[in-house]
Design a protein around this ligand. Sequence first.
Ligand code: SF4
Length: 350
Amino acid sequence: MTSIHDFAAIEQWRHGHRLEAQHVRSLRTAFYKKYAGPREALAALPKAVRDDFAARFEFHALELSERFDSARDGATKLLFRTAEHLLLESVVLRPASGRTALCVSTQVGCAARCQFCATGKMGLARNLSAAEILDQIVQSGELAAREGRNVRSIVFMGMGEPFHNEEALHAALARLVDPRAFHFHPRRLLVSTVGIPRAMVRCARAWPQVRQAVSLHSARDDVRRHLMPVAARHDLTELREALAEVAALGQYDVMIEYLLLDGLTDTDDDVAALIEYLRGLRVHVNLIPFNPIAEAPPLRRSTPSRHAVVSESLKAAGFPVTTRYSLGADIAAACGQLVRDAQPGAAVAP
Ligand code: SF4
């Protein structure tokens, strides 16, 4: 079957049936903007062609397998299954601000193997297609719509390194900002990366207003390589040049993700190195208290007092600083934990 997101194929089908463009526009409004689901979207077409459309075009590329609702903070984790029964996760975030956000995956598993991440311990099974990336948004959006919520923003912070699946990422971004489809303002989209300099710049050139977040976690090359083996291929100097270019192209503060690890990233020397590294860059620092995972016992969360020292030092140096507290801690909402717990080994490539 052809994906519902393949607009060229739908256009060809429409011409074949001599159908007014308005019918397809109405179908898309129901499907993408109201998240009304396939049945209501199909109702926008004349009765005579509905069955044919439904037989040719696939509305959902994934099957929703399970949902887990946080009792604490309104996060919902959705576990999806691909056609070949691989599992992946998305999260619906309902923060106190009322601004519903979706966190989506770009890969099943991940090849980046970050030390602190459950997904990184799985290895990579495969890239998701653009249709599979978009379907997480469609199905999560349908869930939010049933609650009377509007999806305000999308963050690519789920399983996988988005820039390791660059073609599908760009295809998904194209549909997300497309006025005929979701029509998100690009500022409401955020791509989070371990820091792949050339891909960051390509993304900023194609989508200057799409925001980027970079997992820095240390301003020392040796510590960074230890935490994120992928950093061995791109040193901090190369990454800094990309950060400057992305911020200049997009005219916004790039988000720097910084994991607070006891004795590893939170010492006075670490903070001094971080301030020196970021000086002159247009950035916003997001501090992340570490949520321990079973597979990385030596990594420990910073104490509250060290957290405060890091935060105050950065502020004193003139950087905007926030702290990201993970929503949905009681449903293992941190990247990859649920798939790992639900079916150990399910996403692991041989
Ligand atoms: S943190 Fe992101 S890039 Fe690193 S292993 Fe996990 S999913 Fe991959």
